[in-house]
Write a protein that binds this ligand. Structure first.
Ligand SMILES: *Cc1c(COP(=O)(O)O)cnc(C)c1O
Length: 381
């Protein structure tokens, strides 16, 4: 059976060019980058090259990039590190109700340990309002964290505006850009960002590596202790092959971003329009047009459980997800859909298709043929 992968927001297949580079590198460059000898220097040079490739994609200086084990660790380091470093200045934190759990749960942990947390609502399309941020900041607000693009419904937040509010108030601004890296233009200067989390495996790089952009002059308290790697903010011997692969993945996604986005938007809108015209009562979750990630489709199909749909889709070779990958497997409806005011019953019947590099128009046609048939079958029995 032909298999169609439509779950790129959960993870992406590794780019063959990236895998090839990592293989060669793993076999030939095994020196510890902290060693002063030839082997160490080779690894160090490759890491610094990768640092530059990531910096270029987000408008940063290479000195401002800190490698981590992924998006989750970058989020934790940014939030815990900033909160601890700034605790004497204030203890108020602001985030939104639709953040990834790596952000939301880190804030909830801090809220139980001496910090005060404001969680901002979103509108029915999953958008945070900059006015709400302006209304929530206080003199003791040390950190504001709002994601660039949501992983479930694809909503793109007004980051530049929020960043300006943060800076006018003297607060640090953290952005989880794991879903937008390589898909939307990012410029940490223009967008007033101090801390930005990214992850390799969401952009056709290897799993288990990510990075945190830390603006020059911003100090983070370390969350782990050991060697002096990554400006002492993230000790431990570097995942050299992973870092090299991540750098290459950044370079490639930067090169193809504009053209690939035009293609994805066409496929995305074809899928959305096709589903809306062939399944009665179906509802699109999240915004339309520019306010939506180019590769995200999220729909609710009332009275049909999402899990049943997923299983039936998988049986005909289509891989999608219900809500987000991290929450599927549990039966709680998505916190993102609930925050958008969607009825829990309806939220249960939601499906996410996230498109990527290898998807074709024929594959979208196949989904448009199979999903309405499956829904009818379930609704009629
Ligand atoms: C995937 C994801 C993360 C976690 O990144 P990992 O590298 O898998 O730890 C964080 N935030 C968002 C928005 C994500 O989509």
């Amino acid at each position: 059976m032909k298999r169609i992968y439509l779950d790129h927001s959960a993870t992406t297949p590794i780019d063959p060019e990236v895998a090839e580079l990592m293989k060669t590198f793993s076999l030939e460059c095994y020196g510890n980058p902290s060693s002063v000898h030839y082997f160490g220097r080779l690894s160090r040079k490759a890491i610094e090259e990768a640092r530059k490739q990531i910096a270029v994609l987000i408008g940063a200086d290479q000195k401002e990039i800190i490698f981590t084990s992924g998006g989750t660790e970058a989020d934790n380091l940014a939030i815990q590190g900033a909160a601890k470093a700034k605790a004497r200045k204030g203890r108020h934190l602001i985030t939104s109700s639709i953040e990834h759990h790596a952000v939301l749960d880190t804030f909830k942990y801090l809220a139980k340990n001496g910090y005060e947390l404001t969680i901002l609502p979103v509108d029915a399309e999953g958008l945070v309002s900059a006015d709400d941020v302006a209304g929530a900041v206080r003199k003791d607000t040390i950190l504001i964290s709002i994601m660039h693009a949501n992983n479930e419904v694809g909503s793109v937040q007004p980051i530049s505006e929020i960043g300006k509010i943060a800076h006018d108030n003297g607060s640090l601004f953290h952005v989880d850009a794991v879903q937008s890296l390589g898909k939307l233009p990012i410029d940490v200067e223009k967008m007033n960002i101090d801390l930005l989390s990214v992850s390799s495996h969401k952009i056709y790089g290897p799993k288990g590596v990510g990075a945190l952009y830390v603006r020059t002059g911003v100090r983070l308290a370390p969350t782990a202790f050991g060697g002096s790697q990554e400006r002492k903010m993230r000790p431990g011997t570097e995942n050299t092959p992973g870092i090299i692969g991540f750098g290459k993945a950044c370079e490639l996604s930067g090169q193809r971003m504009n053209e690939e986005n035009r293609r994805l938007i066409r496929l995305r809108d074809k899928l959305i329009n096709g589903l809306q015209s062939s399944i009665s009562d179906i509802k699109l979750n999240g915004p339309t047009g520019d306010k939506r990630l180019p590769n995200n489709v999220n729909v609710s199909i009332p009275f049909v459980p999402g899990e049943t749909l997923l299983l039936n889709l998988d049986m005909v070779g289509i891989a999608a997800s219900a809500g987000s990958a991290c929450t599927s497997g549990s039966t709680d409806p998505s916190h993102v859909l609930l925050a958008m005011g969607i009825d829990p019953e309806i939220a249960h019947g939601s499906l996410r298709f996230s498109l990527g590099l290898q998807n074709t128009e024929e594959e979208i046609d196949y989904v448009l043929q199979e999903l309405p048939r499956i829904v009818n079958q379930i609704r009629n029995c």
